[in-house]
Design a protein around this ligand. Structure first.
Ligand SMILES: NC(=O)c1ccc[n+]([C@@H]2O[C@H](COP(=O)([O-])OP(=O)(O)OC[C@H]3O[C@@H](n4cnc5c(N)ncnc54)[C@H](OP(=O)(O)O)[C@@H]3O)[C@@H](O)[C@H]2O)c1
Length: 334
């Protein structure tokens, strides 16, 4: 047995999650059985979709169980293996984060090469958020060179990749919104966005109009609410929306109103399409082939906000929802 600390869901959050919705528990993890690995997690991800899994409702992924450890993306080192092809010392990517040690089925993990990219990249720019950006922009939104692209939560894990990909692929103009002056400066000065604004500084509709006087062709939605409504008004005829996320409503306790200008979808012949990264695994190799060299040569940049220790995991999740950090939020373990 190996002693490990894990974070469990103690109560289903009502609205914005609070620390008492979680409990930190010392537990014993058994040695691996046939086909299993014991992994010492070194880095874990906190992601917006986890908020949805804390509610008890039917969705595309099962809710977290009360009293059980949370789950999520993590990378770690194999410390014991009962599976062919895996040795102690291997670095693996898997889905049992929120704990120091994980007993995982070898068939559900992927080996990663720590010499090819920093480990955080496998949970961010080269991982699930990066693939989301790639598939959402290129496939769901059917991006074309010359498009004017608007992305919300642009300084976050997904958004920072969307904007840079659009620029690299020939966007006429890339506009981002984010929640602080520091994020706006990051978008403009480090990532090369043509325009960026802090959505706290005034109505999104007005700020978007100032940033894109001739309108936008693509909206990559991470936020929903006032951002989606503003984008519908700004979209040109045959404009396209990738609905990737709607973080502004994840903590809502009542149904939220639809965009008041939805009827514009008719006259402008807009396409508004939802996407789930899990449907786009077939693009993973293409995504890696194209994006990994760009990350290595610095033509795609990214930031991470890293908190340290399993005791900081809940705070990392809450701070990611609040928007405290820039880029991908991670927790370093061990
Ligand atoms: N469909 C899929 O398969 C898929 C996959 C991955 C992610 N997603 C979605 O993509 C979006 C971004 O995910 P991510 O991992 O890149 O997260 P992220 O952007 O790194 O972190 C979430 C950010 O949302 C912003 N935010 C929070 N409340 C907000 C509000 N009321 N209005 C505007 N912005 C708000 C905060 O930044 P600010 O400081 O800018 O407010 C916060 O940092 C999320 O909606 C997520 O659910 C979808």
């Amino acid at each position: 047995m190996t002693t490990s600390t894990e974070i469990r869901l103690a109560a289903r959050p009502h609205g914005t999650p609070v620390p008492t919705d979680f409990e930190t528990v010392r537990t014993e993890v058994p040695q691996p059985g046939p086909g299993q690995l014991l992994v010492r997690n070194t880095l874990m991800s906190v992601d917006p979709y986890m908020r949805g899994r804390m509610d008890d409702r039917k969705s595309y992924v099962a809710p977290y169980e009360l009293g059980k450890a949370l789950q999520g993306g993590a990378v770690g080192e194999v410390v014991a293996s009962e599976a062919d092809g895996f040795q102690p010392g291997d670095t693996v990517l898997h889905g049992l984060g929120w704990r120091e040690y994980a007993l995982v089925e070898a068939r559900s993990v992927a080996k990663v090469d720590p010499s090819r990219a920093p480990l955080g990249a496998y949970l961010g720019v080269l991982g699930m958020p990066g693939l989301t950006a790639y598939a959402g922009l290129l496939r769901t939104a059917e991006f074309k060179p010359g498009d004017v692209v608007f992305v919300s939560s642009a300084a976050g894990a997904v958004g920072q990749v969307v904007g840079q990909l659009a620029k690299l692929k020939g966007a006429a103009r890339v506009i981002g919104s984010a929640g602080s002056a520091a994020k706006v400066a990051y978008l403009r000065e480090e990532l090369g966005f043509d325009a960026a604004f802090d959505y706290h500084d005034g109505p999104v509709r007005d700020q978007l109009k100032a940033a894109a006087p001739d309108g936008i062709d693509v909206y990559f939605d991470n936020v929903g609410g006032d951002h989606l409504e503003a984008a519908i008004s700004a979209l040109t005829v045959h404009g396209r929306v990738c609905v990737c996320g709607m973080i502004s409503v994840y903590n809502a306790t009542e149904p939220v109103p639809a965009p008041r200008n939805l009827a514009q979808v008719i006259g402008k012949r807009l396409t508004i399409r939802g996407m789930l990264v899990g449907d786009h695994g077939d693009l993973r190799d293409q995504f890696h082939t194209e994006v990994a060299p760009r990350v290595a040569d610095g033509s795609i940049r990214y930031r991470e906000t890293v908190l340290e220790g399993i005791d900081q995991a809940v705070e990392a999740f809450l701070s990611m929802l609040r928007g405290d950090g820039i880029g991908k939020t991670l927790v370093k373990l061990g």
